[in-house]
Design a protein. Structure first.
Ligand code: NDP
Length: 449
């Protein structure tokens, strides 16, 4: 496996997030390659770590003061062995090639785990929607799509949302794409309900992460009811994680954003969650305002230089990191363990550093990596594509039941792969191995392409 890590280090020396994602998968799949030398002979891993296509482009747009701004756009078409490329678009100032490639790489295995016929991709821009007017966001989205539209399509590549890309951005992107292609096709998922969206798509990633935690707890004959939970972020994934946890009788005591976090010992109940949804989705405000509205809660501003995130330093049973990559380092992971947390279900992509992951695994807690735990979002995107293709709309209960069944089957696939390859209960190995085998077998069938 050192050869694979050498390849990425030499070829892309500055892509640290991509190295992190590749190193983890390479370690997990080593026993699979030892048992199946045909994968090595066919250069499967070497091909998997090189995107099939990378598109990088200029996005010029004019702000409200009439000043020309230029952002950078990306689409990584990583792997189409089992279906058209599929994965979200992220608009955030931190976006760069390394982050796009790590997300596209992870997405390939995640999509394979869903059992749906979808390949892996990811895209986005270093544009920051925060503080921009609706008109600025619209002009940016239109400029972004005026290049991207020629690379995507219902049988080629189907983007969706991610950080900074919610219902508003998907609407503007879809509108421009439809105009340029002169087609009303399922070329984006996460659409609004009245023009092709699926019920439960906004909820799917958060709900799915909770369903995955439920499955893990069931292996110890426990349930989620009564558990105290830490949820980071306050965007799409965090909001619906809190909603499902409340519905299942758990109590959530923290939420955060890039500026800081709130701790509410009484719990963020349904009414308080409605306020968070208004605050974040409509008012586009800061989580600090929660503590002003609910004085029983405490707000702590972020101190980036402190070396740890105090949000993970509270007594709890479960943690659902739902903000961004590498938000739990070794110190945070140890704090979680010291505070009694024994279930971690990752709503975000790669939120735990490798050192943090080792601490979870050494302590044998129930730990689900993002590529398994947050696959519910892309799974329901797949269901949105099916409904669009059949020109029908399934009721809410039907989609939620399908989502639950998919999360259960991902859990089973991870558990059985972890057992087969000698590390029972290690969901990191299980997810990497189960996803890898599905993609690798398809690549073997299709020859060297
Ligand atoms: P949103 O943009 O809706 O919310 C992101 C939240 O995380 C916001 O509260 C944001 O704070 C916070 N955040 C973002 N970047 C940072 C940072 N660098 N440090 C601290 N906080 C940060 O995004 P989503 O909820 O859609 O995505 C959250 C995570 O879930 C991401 O890792 C994404 O890749 C992953 N994911 C999302 C899926 C989906 O269906 N949406 C599917 C699968 C995974 P602020 O409000 O200040 O910006």
């Amino acid at each position: 496996m050192d050869i694979i890590i050498d390849i990425v280090n030499t070829r892309d020396p500055f892509e640290k997030e991509f190295h992190q994602a590749v190193t983890e998968v390479a370690k997990s799949v080593k026993p699979v390659l030892d048992k199946n030398p045909e994968y090595r002979h066919a250069g499967i891993v070497e091909r998997m770590i090189e995107p099939e296509r990378m598109i990088q482009f200029r996005i010029p747009w004019v702000d409200d003061r009439g000043i020309v701004r230029v952002n950078r756009g990306f689409r990584i078409q990583m792997n189409s062995a089992i279906g058209p490329y599929k994965g979200g678009l992220r608009f955030h100032p931190s976006v760069n090639l390394s982050i796009m490639k790590f997300l596209a790489f992870e997405q390939t295995f995640k999509n394979a785990l869903t059992t749906l016929p979808i390949g892996g991709g990811k895209g986005g821009s270093d544009f920051d929607p925060k503080g921009k007017s609706d008109n600025e966001v619209m002009r940016f989205c239109q400029s972004f799509m005026s290049e991207l539209f020629r690379h995507i399509g219902p049988d080629t590549d189907i983007p969706a949302g991610d950080i900074g890309v919610g219902a508003r951005e998907i609407g503007y992107l879809f509108g421009m794409c439809k105009k340029l292609k002169n087609e009303f096709t399922s070329v984006l998922t996460g659409k609004s309900l009245n023009w092709g969206g699926s019920l439960i798509r906004p909820e799917a990633t958060g709900y799915g992460a909770v369903f995955f935690a439920k499955e893990m707890l069931a292996t110890r004959k426990e349930s989620i009811t009564g558990k105290v939970c830490l949820v980071s972020g306050s965007g799409n994934v965090a909001q619906y994680t809190v909603e499902k946890l409340n519905q299942m009788g758990a109590k959530v005591v923290v939420l955060s954003d890039t500026s800081g976090y709130i701790y509410d010992e009484k719990g963020i109940d349904e009414a308080k969650l409605q306020y968070v949804m208004y605050l974040k989705n409509v008012k586009r405000g800061r989580i600090k305002e929660y503590a002003q509205k609910y004085p029983e809660s405490v707000y702590t501003a972020r101190n980036a230089g402190s070396g740890h995130n105090p949000l993970w330093n509270h007594k709890a049973d479960c943690a659902f990191p739902s903000a961004t990559q590498n938000e739990i380092n070794a110190k945070d992971a140890q704090n979680l363990i010291n505070n009694g947390v024994y279930v971690v279900s990752e709503g975000a992509n790669m939120p735990t550093t490798p050192e943090g992951v080792d601490i979870f695994l050494d302590n044998k807690i129930l730990y689900a990596p993002g590529k398994a735990a947050n696959a519910g979002g892309v799974a329901v995107s797949g269901l949105e594509m099916s409904q669009n293709a059949m020109k029908i709309k399934w009721p809410r209960e039907e989609v939620e039941t399908k989502l639950m069944a998919i999360m259960k089957s991902i859990h089973e696939a991870c558990l059985s792969a972890s057992q087969e390859y000698g590390t029972p209960g290690n969901y990191v190995n299980g997810a990497n191995i189960a996803g890898f085998i599905k993609v690798a077998d398809a690549m073997m069938d299709q020859g060297v392409v």
